[in-house]
Design a protein around this ligand. Structure first.
Ligand SMILES: NC(=O)NCCC[C@H](N)C(=O)O
Length: 302
């Protein structure tokens, strides 16, 4: 994969960290969410859900989700998908698909439990005026849970190994006309790429190395210079620190150790913690509860 990293920016002086914005000041992120009206854990499709059936507290989940929504609404435009009874994981809109400009690739879920969500997400995108890119039914793809745009490098980081097929990245490359870099996930606790990897603005990458095979770590090292790599410890990864949403100049996440928060500030980010423990019972946190509609052109960003 021939991505040129020679234009990577020089590291900012550690003495003068400044919060940065993930988007030009004139644009606001557009983010899709789905209210937890029907949220619960009533099946097990990842290790986080084991022993959690019936354990999610809906009132507390609603409070956590409302707090996340309020934080995001201060600086982003929010759009809402209608929650459907019997589809408790619809709250995790990251998995609905991957959208750029007016085109969306819809999820083709690996697990039977989540496949019934597909038509509802499709209806949402069509109502918003998106065109749905054709996708082969036999190739699982779990949307922006496993496909993370990197604006600086103009590529898409793609995870596979648990939920998304290794055949997905070349298809995404063709549809979105940008490189898709494959990373293999090897730890079942980090079953989606967004649970262990987070591309940030200015080419920064925050990730938990233990979630990847050796070849994938080499790929990351080849495309990102050490001064732009923020490797995190298992304890932070288990608190879903990588499952962060960068929006409006802030980095919103469930939890991060004091050490990680310090490193993020040194790198110029403004971490903002908001507890999401009820959703971690189903294996998701801030990033999973959101889907950014990516705009590559100013006129599309609104
Ligand atoms: N990691 C994500 O992008 N989403 C979280 C999905 C949680 C859901 N219970 C699942 O296993 O598919």
């Amino acid at each position: 994969m021939a991505t040129d990293i020679s234009s990577a920016p020089a590291p900012r002086s550690k003495a003068t960290p400044k919060p940065r914005s993930s988007a030009p000041m004139t644009t606001r992120d557009r983010i899709v969410m789905c209210a937890p009206d029907h949220y619960c854990v009533d099946y097990v499709i990842n290790p986080w859900m084991e022993h959690q059936i019936g354990q999610a507290d809906l009132a507390r989940a609603r409070k956590e989700w409302d707090a996340l929504r309020s934080l995001l609404a201060q600086r982003a435009e929010l759009l809402f998908v209608r929650p459907e009874p019997g589809l408790p994981d619809m709250v995790f809109t990251a998995n609905a698909g991957l959208a750029f400009d007016r085109t969306v690739v819809l999820a083709r879920f690996m697990t039977e439990e989540r496949r019934p969500e597909e038509p509802f997400f499709q209806a949402f995108f069509e109502a918003q005026g998106f065109s749905v890119a054709p996708w082969p039914d036999e190739i699982p793809f779990e949307g922006a849970g496993d496909a993370l745009p990197d604006a600086k490098r103009e590529l898409i980081w793609c995870g596979h190994g648990w939920r998304t097929s290794p055949e997905a990245p070349p298809l995404l490359e063709a549809i979105f006309d940008r490189p898709a870099v494959s990373l293999r996930l090897v730890d079942p606790r980090f079953y989606h790429l967004d649970t262990c990897f987070c591309p940030l603005s200015d080419g920064w990458l925050m990730y938990y190395p233990g979630a990847f095979d050796a070849e994938s770590l080499e790929t990351i090292a080849r495309l990102a210079p050490p001064e732009r790599r923020l490797e995190i410890q298992l304890a932070d990864a288990l608190h879903f620190a990588c499952n962060a949403v960068e929006s409006g100049g802030r980095l919103i996440l469930n939890e991060a150790s004091a050490g990680l928060q310090h490193r993020l500030r040194e790198a110029g980010f403004e971490p903002m913690l908001t507890p999401l423990g009820e959703f971690i019972k189903a294996g998701g946190a801030a990033k999973c509860l959101t889907l950014k509609l990516n705009a590559t052109r100013m006129e599309e960003a609104r």
